[in-house]
Design a protein around this ligand. Structure first.
Ligand SMILES: *Cc1c(COP(=O)(O)O)cnc(C)c1O
Length: 338
């Protein structure tokens, strides 16, 4: 069984994209035996968890000779930004179904996306129409198909079964880190938007390392909720077990964490910027506030309560690029602190 899931992943994944990443102790939280996995180092312009998804999504699109892709996302989406780069590289035209921003000023990801994409490729969706975005994108895809184009729809966060093989490489690489370091991580901390990356970790550990049923995976819910997460993971697990024709492995224990600061998705406040500065100074890490600093703060609350002999791994999926939209706020925070 172990062998066939390895093969299933290998047949679908471009290993040049899903490369190994290192781990090291966190300078400040090392006292709690917390290590960090540097998924941010996978790419300078694409957040790490996204590149793992693309490691199987892009080969899928290439194999189907895709000419165009319709993408859905918010104005600051890391996924739109990542795919704008990755699809250009393989010569696939992207259409962006983007939610109209609350703040019209271009900054951070919305500015970077504006630099990457042709203005004619944007399909701007009013906030009041956002609930219909999937229907609109589907209609558009059908229209392009009738015009003879080979076009695919990629939902928000590239959360689709074709991204799962890539996401499973996170579990493979954690197991490699463990083999090479001789450390076994009892607790793993991962952040979740659509949940795809966290599911790749959980399903991968379960299938590749059965004693993982004794591990705990802590999921910081940056977006979404527990019910949705459980439902989606059940669906992916069923399809995966069918495809590799193996018994269903026992999963690690799962606990959900709510960020202690600005828990609503996309929201920011002064405490979050203060925490962003604190993480920079104490850990030497320039983390994106919206995912990674919230994730770090929920992990920090939790590790101080864990048994002292247990090692923990913090998965840093983000990218320092996520700081770009908040420069004024971070300057403001400095004034306040002094
Ligand atoms: C997109 C993203 C996530 C969420 O990934 P999902 O697979 O959608 O759960 C987490 N962290 C960062 C930094 C991201 O960019």
């Amino acid at each position: 069984m172990d062998h066939s899931i390895q093969d299933w992943i290998s047949e679908r994944v471009d290993r040049e994209l899903a490369r190994p990443t290192r781990i090291h102790p966190l300078p400040e939280l090392g006292k709690y035996k917390v290590f960090i996995k540097r998924e941010d180092e996978l790419s300078s312009g694409i957040s790490g968890s996204k590149l793992r998804k693309y490691a199987s999504l892009l080969p899928f699109l290439r194999e189907r000779s895709a000419q165009e892709v319709a993408l859905i996302g918010g104005p600051n989406s890391n996924n739109l930004l990542g795919l704008a780069q990755a699809l250009r590289e393989i010569g696939v035209r992207a259409w962006f179904f983007v939610r109209e921003p609350g703040d019209r000023q271009l900054r951070g990801n919305s500015l970077l996306l504006d630099m990457l994409a042709d203005p004619s490729s944007f399909k701007r969706i009013e906030r009041s129409q956002w609930e219909n975005v999937l229907d609109k994108a589907r209609d558009f895809v059908e229209e392009r198909k009738r015009a003879g184009r080979r076009i695919f729809l990629v939902p928000e966060g590239a959360a689709m079964f074709e991204s799962l093989a890539g996401s499973l490489t996170l579990a493979q690489d954690v197991l490699r880190n463990e083999r090479e370091s001789g450390i076994r991580f009892r607790n793993l901390f991962v952040d979740s938007g659509t949940g795809m990356s966290a599911m790749g970790l959980i399903l991968g550990l379960a299938a590749l390392d059965p004693p993982s049923s004794r591990r705990r995976v802590y999921i910081t819910l940056i977006a979404g909720d527990e019910g949705r997460f459980a439902e989606t993971m059940e669906d992916y697990q069923r399809r995966l077990v069918q495809e590799i024709d193996s018994p269903r492995p026992k999963l690690p224990q799962i606990a959900f964490l709510e960020p202690p600061i600005a828990p609503a998705f996309g929201s920011v406040n002064e405490s979050l910027f203060a925490a962003t500065r604190e993480v920079a100074r104490t850990e030497g890490l320039l983390m994106d506030p919206v995912y990674s600093v919230k994730h770090y703060m929920s992990m920090r609350e939790t590790v101080s309560m864990l048994p002292a002999n247990e090692a923990s791994l913090f998965i840093y999926n983000g990218s320092s690029l996520g700081l770009a939209g908040f420069q004024d706020r971070l300057v403001g925070q400095r004034m306040q602190a002094k």
